[in-house]
Design a protein around this ligand. Structure first.
Ligand SMILES: CC(C)(COP(=O)(O)OP(=O)(O)OC[C@H]1O[C@@H](n2cnc3c(N)ncnc32)[C@H](O)[C@@H]1OP(=O)(O)O)[C@@H](O)C(=O)NCCC(=O)NCCS
Length: 511
């Protein structure tokens, strides 16, 4: 819950009419014309969570909240393509067209971490079932997966914007056969991007957010890409080639630039700059370096073997996820809202939210009880209230407007149950995927939002600032498969200052 007396920032200004605020309409504008999609969006309210970055020694970590968002997209493929039972035995023709059953096509999970200083949209997982081709989209039509991922992130980014608070979209791209749809890899129709293709794909998905897909006005936007183990020129080849991408993207990371600890305290230990996301290779490395020093994390200042952030990234190249032919790309898009580009303003106190005021009043009235105990009349519950929705929309630490929430808002436990259920289903064949989709959508309990695509795109196109920009001919297509040179095992060369250290560690572990 929010602190009783939050030092709130200025309330975000909602601009109904300035742009389309509904996810449904924004998706309809980018999905292929005439095709029907089901949108299943579930989210949690902002809930207190562990801070992403450890605080410098002697300082308090930032109070942090987290919202979880899960967006799944289903299709309703044409009935004749589905192997359903015939109307009567011995009849070849299907007399009655069977109902069009929903079939999950892909999904994306996003966590929104917020503090008084930052809003971070962390893309946790994306996965597809491999049945999207059943829609029979024309060759060259924009990919619905790419369009939906980009539009969903832009939608969340816009609805969570707070004045004077920096917004960040962050992810690491690491290819895997399946993340969310068990068995889907056994479906021959599933297209799985390799590590190289995936890093390029994510840059291409995210680039439009800096080129106008986000409808909010930002004072400054910048994209960062770092691929441990790759040189700058190699990394640059992953970036999109739009007219403004040279200016918009930087090869490297923004961890010092976006850290409020650096802003407030100057030099801080590298461990205080590395966020701890679930299943993140760099968070895992951070934790291992912490263990080298002390099991009591709060007392840790500097690490033993890694002294600077540059060394940290250098060593990352030797981790399992970034070596022996594997590759992980770390991407950040940093959006500075007006006035936050240079100086971070002090939060302004604002009228307290109603729940905070009530809590404070109750605390004041509390006095020591004495005298005979008077039994209280039992109260009968007549209305079922969803306590989840009772929390304030705005505190100093988060902004939670009704726009940008899931069609069903659930608590963390229910959210976990819904995701766990998905991870226990089977998407390996069409029949199984249909059954699994039906079961999951039923258990989700959210109303299915139907979206009919309106985008006409006869040619290869890409979402761009001013609508759709045709980039055919401008873009030199990169082979999504790694080249022969890339397939060679990489020889990573350690920096001179790290070589001795590594040898020492190895000899220590072998003894
Ligand atoms: C990440 C993922 C969802 C993207 O889906 P996708 O279908 O590959 O994405 P797109 O529809 O945008 O297609 C990307 C490219 O592959 C091509 N493609 C899609 N399906 C194809 C197929 N069956 N055969 C050949 N090419 C195909 C598209 O035409 C597109 O080409 P382009 O870049 O020239 O336009 C998918 O690769 C996946 O499910 N991967 C497994 C899980 C995973 O690794 N997730 C990443 C988490 S960070």
């Amino acid at each position: 819950m929010a602190s009783p007396t939050p030092p709130s920032p200025n309330p975000p200004v909602n601009k109904p009419g300035a742009y389309d605020t509904s996810l449904r309409n924004r998706l309809a504008a980018v999905l292929p014309q005439g095709h029907r999609f089901g949108i299943h969006h579930v989210s949690t309210p902002p809930t207190r969570t562990e801070p992403l970055c450890p605080a410098p020694p002697g300082e308090r970590p930032d109070k942090t909240y987290r919202e979880s968002h899960f967006l799944a997209v289903s299709i309703h493929p044409n009935a004749p393509t589905i192997s359903l039972k015939r109307a009567s035995p011995g009849t070849d023709d299907i007399k009655q067209p069977p109902p069009r059953l929903p079939l999950l096509a892909f999904a994306i999970e996003v966590f929104i971490f917020t503090t008084a200083y930052q809003t971070i949209l962390f893309v946790s997982k994306t996965d597809s079932t491999g049945y999207l081709h059943l829609l029979g989209l024309p060759k060259g039509a924009p990919s619905p997966i790419r369009q939906v991922c980009a539009t969903f992130l832009a939608y969340l980014l816009d609805h969570r914007k707070r004045p004077n608070v920096q917004s960040i979209v962050n992810l690491f791209a690491r290819a895997q056969d399946q993340y969310l749809f068990p068995g889907s890899i056994r479906n021959a129709g599933k297209h799985v991007l390799d590590d190289w293709g995936l890093v390029r794909w994510w840059c291409r998905v995210l680039n439009p957010l800096m080129e106008g897909l986000s409808c909010e006005k930002w004072a400054n936007t910048k994209g960062y890409l770092i691929v441990p183990g790759l040189e700058e020129t190699e990394t640059r080849s992953f970036l999109p080639r739009t007219p403004s991408s040279l200016v918009n993207w930087t090869v490297g990371h923004p961890l010092e630039k976006i850290s409020r600890y650096v802003r407030d305290f100057g030099r801080v230990p590298p461990r205080c700059l590395i966020p701890g996301y679930p299943d993140d290779p760099k968070s895992r490395f951070r934790d291992e370096l912490d263990e080298e020093v002390s099991p009591r994390k709060h007392s840790i200042g500097a690490w033993k073997s890694v002294k600077t952030l540059d060394q940290f990234w250098e060593m990352m190249a030797f981790r399992q996820e970034c070596s022996s032919g594997r590759l992980t790309g770390f991407i950040w898009l940093v959006f500075d809202s007006a006035a936050s580009a240079d100086v971070h303003p002090q939060p302004q106190p604002l009228p307290e939210s109603s729940s905070a005021a009530k809590y404070k009043a109750r605390r004041k009235k509390k006095k020591k009880l004495s005298g005979p105990i008077k039994p209280r009349e039992p109260r009968i519950k007549t209305v079922l209230r969803n306590g989840l929705l009772d929390r304030p929309t705005l505190t100093a630490y988060y902004y939670w407007p009704s726009e940008g929430r899931g069609d069903r808002v659930v608590d963390e436990a229910e959210y976990k149950r819904i995701i766990e259920l998905l991870l226990h289903l089977d998407f390996s064949t069409l029949d199984k995927a249909l059954g699994s989709s039906r079961r999951w959508i039923h258990e989700l309990g959210a109303p299915e939002v139907e979206v009919i695509g309106r985008a006409t795109a006869p040619e290869k196109t890409e979402i761009h600032a001013a609508g759709i920009t045709n980039l055919t001919g401008l873009v030199r297509r990169m082979n999504s498969k790694p080249s022969d040179a890339q397939l060679q095992p990489r020889v990573n060369v350690l920096g001179a200052n790290l070589v001795r250290k590594k040898k020492k560690e190895e000899s220590a572990s072998s003894s």
